[in-house]
Design a protein around this ligand. Structure first.
Ligand code: NAD
Length: 505
């Protein structure tokens, strides 16, 4: 078994307790690695190392162009190590290599370069308030910040968050998900050869209830970026009251993908399939897990969707022909299986799919121990069913018919979540009406799941708060400061804002 170590203050070490968590290869169910089972004492070490690095290193004081150049070298290093990083990620969480190596790692390098560029473009504003006053705003790093990561996309989240935090001048502590830690600990090795001071990046491996909770409630951490479930997000908000911590929350979803009768049905069926039957088995926050279809084309559309699902090869994530890999871990596999039972028992019709490892993998195959679920569709006209309301986080969609536009909007917004939505229509005016009325942080029209770091991304309603990405991405990692400077000849007395008695010189 391989062993991966924590990264604290530039050193690699086991947890102080010397306890380990076992990491399982989800395509076979075999243990393959060990990662530290850390606790609050390791978090104390990481906060101390990060505080020291923030206070003592030159990182905040070097010219912005220099900081950007050093971050760009991280992107070069990501590209140079793409093979090893993607192998570990695929082994550890089962996301097919075709995605990790050929899309996620190259994408991470491009995103790092974009964020590095933003560090050269941190701008405040000047305000014309009074003739005797020069008023301006400036942005400063928060200090020590933390990033808590889910298991469904460890490396992309790690590189994006760490780079943004560093580009803004902070020191950062990272807590990977205990089910998918190895690739992030492997990625810390890239920092050994970079000109980024030790202690600016720290990774503490461990459980949510110990390491995560200790970070969320630590008075020395000024900001937390959390990506994960809405339930854990709520818990972190409570812990963060300790020091009124600033939170960026990227949470769950139950996103509607809406198909109107006038849509290009082939494109819509392909887009709906790609939105939920993803290579990583629908374990995507923005998965289009509720497919709303106008009644006039409902049967026709479901038949086309079934054809797409049939053609997806479920199997070994290292095989280039695999269209969908395993579920990332055993507990998520159990959870999805129980939703298959919930759907059946609450009266949804199983339109296609529903088979799991025992029915999908031959007895002789090493994949027989893995966690596989085939593309699955439930149909129902009740958006109130649990399978239509709760985030299943797997390759399981529910299709719901609607009668007209008003009906589509009502069903689409009838959810606690507000992360993403898709609209398929050839009617331009309808497309604009829908984008205005849908309660979601991102709306795709005649496409689905397209992402780019230059576009802001954040959830509405219970899908989160704050915004990642886009040209102001670094603001999430900084505090704003306003400056009043008296440039008159005579000092005016202190006075409330807007006090008209203040003499103007
Ligand atoms: P999760 O909430 O179970 O765990 C996420 C992280 O929080 C893990 O590192 C976990 O160890 C940690 N954690 C757990 N309990 C904690 C506590 N009490 N205090 C502090 N940290 C704690 O989520 P998951 O199952 O790993 O990931 C799947 C979820 O993430 C889905 O809901 C998905 O929609 C969401 N997600 C959202 C986005 C987005 O951008 N909106 C992106 C990816 C995933």
């Amino acid at each position: 078994m391989e062993r991966f170590l924590n990264y604290i203050g530039g050193e690699r070490r086991a947890a102080r307790s010397e306890q380990w968590l076992v990491s399982v290869d989800p395509s076979t169910g075999e243990p393959w690695a060990e990662v530290p089972d850390s606790d609050s004492t390791d978090v104390e070490d990481a906060v101390a190392a990060a505080s020291r690095a923030f206070a003592e290193s030159d990182w905040r004081r070097i010219p912005a162009a220099e900081r950007a150049a050093r971050l760009r070298s991280l992107a070069d290093s990501v590209e140079a190590n793409a093979e090893r990083l993607s192998d570990v990620e695929t082994r550890d969480n089962g996301r097919p290599l075709r995605e990790t190596r050929f899309s996620q790692i190259p994408g991470a390098a491009m995103q790092i370069r974009y964020l590095a560029g933003l560090s050269e473009d941190i701008t405040g504003s000047t305000l014309n308030i009074r003739p005797d006053t020069m008023a301006y705003t400036m942005w400063e790093p928060v200090g020590v910040v933390a990033v808590i990561i889910p298991w469904n996309g460890p490396l992309p989240v790690f590189f994006a968050k760490v780079t943004a935090a560093l580009a803004a001048g902070n020191a950062v502590i990272v807590k990977p998900a205990q089910q998918a830690t190895a690739s992030i600990l492997e990625a810390t090795k890239l920092f050994d050869d970079l000109d980024i001071p030790a202690g600016l990046v720290n990774v503490v491996s461990g459980r949510g209830a110990s390491v995560g909770d200790a970070i969320a409630g630590h008075p020395g951490v000024g900001k937390i970026s959390f990506t994960g479930s809405t339930e854990t997000g709520r818990r972190i908000m409570q812990s963060a009251t300790v020091n009124i911590k600033n939170l960026l929350l990227e949470l769950g979803g139950k996103s509607p993908n809406i198909v109107f009768a006038d849509a290009d049905l082939d494109a819509a069926a392909a887009g709906a399939a790609a939105g939920i039957f993803t290579p990583n088995a629908g374990q995507a926050c923005v998965a289009g897990s509720r497919i709303l279809v106008e009644s006039a084309v409902y049967d026709e559309f479901v038949a086309r969707l079934a054809k797409h699902a049939e053609n997806i090869v479920v199997g070994d994530p290292f095989d280039p022909d695999t269209g969908m890999g395993p579920i990332a871990n055993g507990s998520q596999y159990e959870s999805i299986r129980s939703y298959l039972d919930v759907g059946r028992s609450e009266g949804a019709a199983l339109e296609f799919g529903g088979r799991v490892t025992e029915q999908l993998m031959p007895e002789s195959s090493r994949l027989r121990g893995g966690y596989f679920v085939e593309p699955t569709l439930f149909t129902t006209d009740r958006n109130s069913l649990r399978v239509a309301r709760e985030e299943i986080f797997g390759p399981v969609a529910v299709a719901v018919p609607f009668q007209h536009e008003e009906d589509a909007v009502r069903i689409a917004n009838d959810t606690e979540y507000g992360l993403a939505a898709g609209v398929w229509t050839e009617d331009l005016r309808r497309a604009h009406r829908m984008t205005r009325r849908l309660q979601a942080g991102v709306v795709w029209v005649n496409t689905y799941k397209a992402m780019h770091w230059a576009l802001p991304f954040g959830g509405h309603k219970h899908s989160g708060n704050g915004t990642a990405g886009g040209p102001t991405a670094l603001h999430e990692w900084m505090n704003q400061k306003s400056v009043w400077m008296n440039v008159g000849e005579q000092l005016p007395p202190a006075a409330p804002v807007g006090d008209s008695r203040l003499p103007i010189k």
